[in-house]
Design a protein around this ligand. Structure first.
Ligand SMILES: [Fe+2]
Ligand SMILES: [Fe+2]
Length: 244
């Protein structure tokens, strides 16, 4: 077995925890590195999930096919020199982007007549913003933006992006207030406010993500040293450990 390959035996992991664990481990793999997954059943459902969720990112090579033990080598494809921090950010955005598009779809559906029907969807959107999107923004401020500033040789260069994050926080808070008011009395004005806030969040987040992907990722790609990449991944992994 090469150094760039390690074993992940999930036979003693609770079945419900297996796929999240495997995905976390795979997402943390550097390009060219591999996991040998050992399981007590045919991992075919994982194969289909992986191909749907991470198309083109992994190579799947079965090694042992039952009847008691199944093992498969899963190797991360891609440019071998891509820093893992860059891959992490790209993957976070890939997972968050569809939820951001949903904000506009939800806004287009909102009307005072539909409020009671749509309010659970607004609650889910709020939960997404508070539990996924804002923690993502805080991690960027702790790990990604300082690295970008070092890469650009310009302290404070990411201040405009931090300002975007504060605006997302303020809009999220305002949306929670508008939803609470609309729940209390389904007034047209409050539903209109929720609609406007959802459209604002959608527009702001789309542009913000585009700036990070088109401007910041190339800076990280060319400037991050392997040591910085390692340190950044250690911080990101520690935070993910806290959330789990
Ligand atoms: Fe951001
Ligand atoms: Fe981001």
């Amino acid at each position: 077995m090469s150094e760039a390959e390690r074993i992940l035996d999930v036979r003693n992991v609770h079945p419900r925890g297996r796929h999240p664990l495997i995905f976390r481990e795979l997402d943390a793999l550097a390009a060219g590195h591999a996991l040998v997954l050992v399981n007590d059943h045919d991992p075919r459902p994982l194969y289909y999930e992986l191909m749907a969720e991470r198309p083109g990112q992994f190579e799947w090579t079965p090694l042992e096919q039952g009847p008691e033990t199944w093992s498969v080598r899963i190797r991360r494809l891609g440019a071998p020199d891509e820093p893992r921090t860059v891959a992490w950010l790209r993957e976070e955005h890939r997972a968050l982007a569809p939820r951001i598009e949903e904000l506009a779809v939800l806004a287009s559906r909102l009307s005072s007549a539909a409020w009671s029907k749509e309010s659970p969807a607004v609650r889910r959107a709020l939960d997404f913003l508070r539990s996924h999107l804002l923690p993502h923004a805080h991690l960027e401020e702790e790990v990604i933006y300082p690295a970008v500033e070092r890469g650009l040789g310009a302290a404070g260069a990411a201040a405009t992006m931090v300002r975007d994050h504060r605006e997302v926080e303020a809009l999220t808070m305002a949306l929670a207030e508008a939803a609470a008011r609309a729940d209390a009395q389904a007034q047209e004005g409050t539903v209109e406010a929720a609609k406007r806030l959802l459209y604002s969040l959608h527009a702001l987040l789309r542009v913000h993500f585009a700036k990070e992907e088109e401007v910041y990722l190339p800076v990280l790609q060319r400037s991050l040293t392997p040591e910085e990449d390692e340190r950044a991944m250690a911080v990101l992994a520690a935070h993910e450990g806290e959330e789990a």
